[in-house]
Design a protein around this ligand. Structure first.
Ligand code: 3PG
Length: 218
């Protein structure tokens, strides 16, 4: 199992390399998908989580997968194996869930698609390790203990790395990103609803650039 954990971790690290921040996107209109993805990629954020919270989400994944090859598009808010399969069919290169269930672990194993389960407790981390996963979303980060919890997890789980999501913003991004067991931070602040609705792609690129600089501590 340790070899399997290392192998899965290396594959996930490769996919997310160069993306210190993962935008969590709710796309209501599939027409917005490609320009939004291009705006974020232009700002230095190639890894995009399209949440399956809107009717347009799967079509948005399809369009980005086909139209923005420089993006690494994945599905978020995946709650069950049917959504897992639909995301893969649409072209998602990874799946992120807000939690971690046996049925999603089974779907990940069946498909071989990169899967980032979410955890908020030590027992959930141990279960993820049992299933071979050590790259985990920490959700909801701020309300589950935030940075103090991540520092505490570093003791018993030195090889586990997290993507804190939920309550991350420009204000706390630098501090989260500086933690040794954080591989990226996720959040919805990179694509504010009003800017997406207005088609303010330049404004979104600027937010992304700022986040990259903040995450890198520059
Ligand atoms: C998620 O699904 O990961 C969260 O809704 C994102 O949380 P945020 O809106 O606080 O960034």
């Amino acid at each position: 199992m340790p070899d399997k954990i290392a192998e899965t971790a290396a594959a996930t690290d490769r996919l997310f390399a160069g993306a210190p921040v993962i935008p969590v996107l709710v796309i209501e209109d599939a027409e917005q998908a490609v320009p939004l993805a291009k705006a974020l990629v232009a700002g230095g954020l190639p890894v995009l989580e399209i949440t399956l919270r809107s009717a347009a989400a799967l079509e948005a994944i399809r369009r980005i997968a086909q139209g923005v090859p420089e993006a690494v598009v994945g599905a978020g808010t995946v709650l069950n194996p049917a959504q897992f399969a639909a995301a893969q069919l649409a072209g998602a290169r990874f799946v992120i869930a807000p939690g971690s269930t046996d049925s999603l672990y089974a779907a990940a194993k069946d498909t071989g698609l990169t899967f980032v389960p979410a955890v908020a407790t030590a027992s959930e981390i141990m279960r993820a390790l049992d299933h071979g996963f050590s790259r985990l979303k920490f959700f909801p980060a701020e309300s589950s203990g935030g940075m103090a919890a991540l520092k505490s997890f570093g003791g018993p789980f030195p090889a586990v790395k997290f993507c804190p999501t939920g309550g991350i913003s420009e204000a706390n991004l630098a501090a989260y990103s500086a933690l040794p067991n954080v591989f990226a931070a996720g959040g919805s602040w990179l694509a504010p609803k009003d800017r997406v609705a207005a088609g303010d792609w330049a404004g979104i690129t600027a937010i992304a650039k700022k986040a990259v600089a903040t995450a890198k501590g520059s």
